[in-house]
Design a protein around this ligand. Structure first.
Ligand code: PLP
Length: 908
């Protein structure tokens, strides 16, 4: 039973079938599905899915609902469209005119990734930039540069038009040169083709072919293959099964459907289901854009036979594969197939002229198409002469060049296979024919096994582009990466590439693979830091091979223990070294900042590290960091919406990876309104971590006072940043304990800010009265210089990005607790003022034996910031409460303090 017979049988029995999230679903009346039918369903699952995605109506007014395109690699570039106007160091007006007027966004991407070369000369297979550096061109405009960048024979042909005074454009006349070109093309194409339509590009060939097929058959449907590529005009894009290219452009238009590449059964099922619907089946013999996938042997011939059976025209798109690229004049000829329509473009212009051709059989000829299709520039004399010269080049010496392509390609493929044997963990597959080869890399291996920046970049889908950037800048090899699918390097040099050029490529790829294997960030990215290659090479130290992240909770390794995540951001560029020890030496901060600034715009929040803590009661929790690669000032400079969006993304990522509690560290809490502005997905508790931070500060000060400091009850306590959530809570807590409070607000505070400061003072009074105590004396001020030197105890809890509490602000023997990050105390203050006791700094000691990763303070095992400790305490205790975000509550602070002590945490 075929799949479509099965489908109509099931429908006859009242079984309803549909596809959801790529899976086959069905609903059946009781008893309608026996064991046999269930087995058949499972057996034909893939074909049924295809059938169900096929159109149900051929009326253009009722197109099939556009299905979700096949899942492709969601690239870093796609995931986040960067608003150029929001970038501090990007002004389109300052860019060269190409970037300013032609491609501002692409220009930005090129620059950030180090791909912004300006080529001023082309010589053979090399491009030369404005500084005279030569780059071997393994892109060759995806095959449109067959004879290198200075093809004398093609130039001569173009010159001949001028020399002979031929008209270039003379529409509605008889063009001998177009006729001659058609004849020559038909002679080198597979036998049986009779007519040619000239075009100006590959996509225009696709348009012409589809119009011809619809016109000839009177049908609407166009079937193409998943992950194919057929150009970016509306029809080409509709036939191109990639959401990346289609989204937002109204594609696919009515009538376009897809089957898996190479799957005959699926093709048969779809054609069978709609025998009179499809005009054409459009296919590439080798899928290029999606990473060089070769059709299985015999597939094209069998597909053609199927198409014939259903009156469907076979269109073979050899825009890229045609004219020698695969070591044959046309790839379909190698399969013994003459399609109904054959498309060729790219190489046809010999690297100088845009020209394409759509060849078709006599049977396909249509008077109406011939009469009504056309294009102003198509078939112009210059293009035809260039194309004739191209055919001369390809056919001279009995087609020696095409044979040479086959031989060079075979040798190159053998060398690539040898590289694969040397790096089996990094090279997944070598594919292709002739000089159209693909190297599929397993870059996820790096994300799985390394812990440095390269692993992080791969998590963000950036490593492929950065590898291409390395090849370009360090190895001087220009190579393309698959843009939408897989991690594939596409190798397509000019057809004239020789052994020496291929050796250069193999050497370069070998170097790239070594650098990737060693996790040598300095070597891979040195050129983005402004270091010379040799400096960069020296800088590299191997990153220990170890998984960088906790497996997500959905992975089998998940233990069932409580899971937490803590959102952090960089405090300084040098923090990057914490994530990548290979940057410890040889790369200075300025270089590191260059690198960070280049990649920060692309990097989304990423998980890092494996943390685990067991409480004194034996309960354990596992966790990880979710890192924002931004500095505090950058977070503050973002629009509120963008900054919150980043934090929300981090929270969602934490939830996705199985966390039940997520803490917001540093400015991630500040830009998210103390956590109040983030939406917590169901089952996730979000905390600012501020309660335990407040508790830790209180404990540290109490301890210092008890340990030879002033008696707290007689002391003047200053709270710097008293209107913040922590500042307010500290004000209340010290109002209970101190003789006098000085509440200090931001000197730039508005009237509303000042009002808030006074409101805090009133709250303090109410709070102490409610406790049945006398309220302390309370001074409210923004004049830090005057007020602070009077304080015995100084508490600093602000979101200032630069330190501002200097030695002159502190009285003799003052106790200072700075819980701000970045710190408010100026660096070196302790050395300058040995009389001052700096305590607390918002730190907590976790139970001994905890694995705190980068959360742990350097050189202080088990010590971490209190807000992170609160996250862990919540995970371990499963404490829940309404005051974990936003304004704090003294009762919650006390409860969490008690809980944390019971679990074995203590103020550090
Ligand atoms: N078809 C195939 C197979 C292609 O590879 C391409 C371009 O890469 C096209 C069509 C579109 O060609 P053009 O960019 O000239 O419109």
């Amino acid at each position: 039973m075929t799949a479509s017979e099965l489908l109509s049988d099931l429908r006859g029995r009242g079984v309803r079938l549909w596809v959801a999230a790529g899976e086959l679903r069905y609903g059946a009346p009781k008893g309608a599905l026996g064991r046999e039918a269930t087995q058949l369903l499972a057996q034909h699952k893939a074909e049924l899915i295809e059938l169900l995605k096929a159109p149900l109506s051929d009326a253009p007014s009722a197109p099939p609902a556009p299905r979700a395109a096949a899942r492709t690699r969601i690239t870093a570039l796609e995931r986040r469209m960067i608003d150029l106007a929001a970038l501090p160091n990007w002004n389109a007006e300052e860019q060269v005119s190409y970037i300013r007027h032609v491609a501002p966004y692409r220009g930005f991407l090129y620059r950030q990734l180090g791909l912004d070369k300006t080529f001023v000369r082309g010589e053979g297979c090399n491009l030369i930039d404005e500084y005279g550096t030569r780059y071997a061109d393994f892109v060759a405009q995806f095959g449109a540069v067959p004879f290198g960048h200075d093809p004398q024979a093609i130039w001569d042909a173009i010159d001949s038009v001028r020399r002979e005074g031929r008209p270039n454009l003379a529409i509605a006349s008889i063009s001998p040169v177009a006729g001659e070109l058609a004849e020559r093309l038909l002679a080198v194409a597979p036998p049986g083709l009779a007519h040619v339509v000239f075009t100006n590009s590959g996509a225009e060939c696709v348009e012409a072919a589809l119009k011809l097929a619809r016109c000839r058959t009177g049908r609407l449907g166009v079937l193409s293959t998943r992950n194919g590529f057929h150009g970016l005009t509306l029809a080409g894009m509709s036939a191109t099964d990639k959401e990346f290219f289609q989204r937002g452009f109204g594609a696919p238009v009515a009538g376009f459907n897809y089957v898996p590449f190479g799957a005959l059964a699926a093709l048969q099922s779809v054609l069978e289901l709609r025998p009179d619907y499809f005009a054409a089946f459009l296919i590439e013999p080798i899928q290029g854009e999606s990473g060089i996938h070769v059709a299985p042997p015999g597939y094209l011939a069998a597909a053609h036979a199927l198409c014939r059976r259903y009156g469907v025209l076979l269109i073979v798109d050899e825009v890229q594969t045609g004219l020698g690229r695969t070591g044959r004049m046309f790839a379909c000829a190698a399969e013994g197939v003459t399609p109904d329509i054959l498309l060729t473009a790219k190489a046809l212009g010999g690297g100088l002229m845009p020209v394409g051709a759509c060849l078709y059989t006599r049977a396909v000829f249509s008077e109406q198409f011939d009469l009504r299709h056309g294009s102003t520039f198509a078939g112009n004399t210059l293009a035809c002469r260039a194309a004739l010269a191209t055919l001369d080049e390809l056919t001279k010496n009995d087609g020696r060049l095409v044979r040479q392509v086959a031989e060079t390609g075979e040798r190159l493929q053998a060398d690539l296979l040898q590289l694969q044997r040397a790096y089996p963990e990094l090279v997944k597959e070598i594919r292709g024919r002739g000089l159209m080869l693909g190297v599929e890399l397993d870059l996820d291996h790096i994300a799985r096994t390394q812990s440095g920046l390269l692993a992080i970049l791969q998590q963000q889908d950036l490593l492929l582009y950065l590898s291409v950037s390395y090849l370009l800048n360090i190895e001087h090899i220009r190579i393309a990466a698959s843009f939408t699918q897989g991690n594939v390097l596409r190798i397509e040099p000019p057809l004239i590439a020789d052994a020496a050029l291929c050796e250069q490529l193999i050497r370069a790829l070998g170097n790239l693979l070594r650098v990737l294997r060693d996790g040598d960030t300095g070597a891979l990215l040195g050129h983005l830091m402004g270091t010379t290659p040799t400096d960069a090479r020296r800088a590299g130290t191997q990153v220990a091979a170890q998984p960088s992240v906790l497996p997500s909770a959905t992975e089998p390794a998940h233990t069932g223990r409580a899971r937490f995540a803590f959102v952090v951001h960089l405090l300084g560029t040098s923090d990057l070294r914490r994530f990548d020890p290979s940057l410890e030496s040889g790369v200075d901060d300025a270089q590191l900042e260059q690198l960070r600034a280049r990649i920060a715009a692309f990097i989304r929040p990423f998980p890092h590290g494996r943390l685990s803590v067991c409480g004194a009661d034996g309960t354990c929790a596992d966790g990880e960091l979710i890192v924002l690669p931004h500095l505090p000032a950058e977070l503050l400079a973002l629009s509120g919406e963008d900054a919150l969006g980043l934090v929300q993304e981090a929270v969602d990522l934490a939830a996705e990876r199985g966390a039940t509690v997520v803490g917001l560290g540093g400015f991630s809490s500040i830009v998210a309104g103390g956590g109040l502005s983030v939406r917590a997905p169901a089952g996730l508790q979000v905390t600012s971590g501020n309660s335990l931070t407040t508790w830790a500060a209180l404990r540290a000060v109490e301890r210092a006072c008890a340990d030879g400091g002033p008696r707290l009850g007689d002391s003047t306590v200053a709270v710097v940043g008293a209107t913040g959530a922590i500042g307010q809570a500290l004000s209340l807590l010290f109002a209970e304990r101190a003789a006098k409070l000085i509440l200090i607000g931001n000197p730039n505070a508005t009237a509303a800010g000042l009002g808030k400061l006074h409101a805090v003072a009133r709250d303090c009074e109410r709070h102490t009265v409610a406790l049945g105590r006398a309220a302390p004396a309370i001074e409210v001020t923004t004049r830090i210089d005057d007020a602070l030197p009077h304080a015995d105890v100084v508490l600093a809890a602000t979101s200032a990005v630069a330190p501002f509490i200097a030695p002159r602000h502190l009285r003799q023997g003052a106790i200072v607790c700075d819980i701000s990050r970045p710190f408010n105390l100026t660096p070196g203050l302790e050395a300058e003022r040995p009389d001052v006791r700096v305590v607390g700094t918002g730190l907590v000691r976790a139970p001994a034996g905890s694995s705190l990763g980068h959360l742990g303070e350097r050189d202080r095992p088990d010590v971490l910031v209190a807000c992170a400790a609160e996250t862990i305490v919540l995970a371990l205790s499963r404490f829940a409460g309404p005051h974990l975000c936003g304004s704090l509550d003294v009762a919650t602070i006390a409860s969490l303090g008690r809980l944390s002590e019971a679990l074995g945490f203590s103020a550090a």
